[in-house]
Design a binder for this molecule. Structure first.
Ligand code: SF4
Length: 294
């Protein structure tokens, strides 16, 4: 038997009002620019690691124009150990476009946000919702999982489909307090309806949850692979960037070679950093963060 369910907006928002985590970018008065920075940082990095970097970032660059005025290398250095540092360059590019083309004001509508460099469907909708209170479906991994379970009765979300996922969430959005509902749905997936051990007894959506009514059927998808870090190209790229972050001037190749013994992997990672624009080479063959090689 197929079950379908829903998420009661009033109950979910009440739960969120009572239990929401105290996160700095949720404070009243947080600017749309600060929301944009938080959303880019949070995409692949946990809250605890983002919080101090976000706080320092906004103190240093309170407006898009202040970030845009920096050399990209300074921005990559400030990104620190958040990982996936191409996000720093994307944020810099978006800040430059906002400062240049939008009067230093973060756009409020999804289509204009999507026209900014490096701003994808998730970020555009999150900024419209959490920066401006717009009614916009915000779909991340956690939301897809909640919808799969609560609405469709499946243990896992399966492969993403932008059209279907947006339609699913849009159908749940209430007409009032929609942005609050979006934040609550994300919070539910992050802290209650987690991938490995959903706490249904504590869930405000349990009464209508299709997965619970179906008897919590097991996942039919492929087993989830644990993502390791040790030995990956991500680790090697991180080590190479670490050398450049602390160097007062461009470094010579042997300083980079010293961080990883597998020279094939090391060369591949250095090549990818150069291709990504995260590293540049000086005329005399040394290496530096972008904008710092002259
Ligand atoms: S936590 Fe349990 S009851 Fe709540 S949405 Fe997830 S599966 Fe359903």
């Amino acid at each position: 038997m197929l079950y379908s369910g829903t998420v009661d907006a009033t109950r979910l928002v009440s739960w969120f009002d009572a239990t929401a985590r105290d996160l700095p970018w949720r404070e009243p008065g947080t600017t749309p620019w600060a929301v944009l920075v938080s959303e880019v940082m949070l995409q692949q990095t946990p809250v605890a690691r983002v919080t101090p970097v976000w706080t320092d970032w906004l103190a240093r660059w309170p407006a898009p124009s202040s970030l845009a005025a920096e050399a990209p290398g300074t921005v990559v250095r400030a990104w620190g150990k958040l990982g996936y540092p191409r996000r720093a360059l994307r944020l810099h590019a978006a800040a430059t476009a906002i400062a240049t083309d939008h009067g230093d004001v973060v756009p409020s509508d999804v289509d204009t946000l999507l026209s900014l460099p490096g701003i994808g469907a998730y970020t555009a909708r999150a900024v419209a919702a959490f920066g401006y209170g717009a009614r916009a479906a915000v779909v991340d991994t956690n939301v897809r999982r909640v919808v799969a379970r609560a609405v469709h009765g499946a243990a896992d979300a399966g492969l993403p489909s932008v059209t279907r996922d947006l339609a699913d969430v849009d159908a749940l959005l209430p007409t009032s307090r929609a942005a609050r509902f979006s934040a609550a749905l994300m919070e539910l997936g992050a802290v209650v309806c987690t991938a490995r051990s959903p706490r249904c007894a504590d869930c405000p959506a349990v009464a209508e949850c299709a997965w619970v009514r179906a008897g919590r059927p097991a996942s039919t998808g492929p087993a989830r692979q644990a993502q390791g870090y040790a030995g990956t190209d991500r680790q090697v790229r991180g080590r190479l960037l670490d050398v450049l972050r602390v160097a007062p001037e461009p470094v010579r190749r042997p300083q980079l070679d010293a961080v990883w013994t597998d020279h094939g992997q090391r060369d591949r990672c250095l090549g990818s950093l150069l291709a990504d624009g995260l590293v540049e080479q000086t005329a005399d063959g040394r290496f530096a963060l972008p904008g710092e090689g002259c």
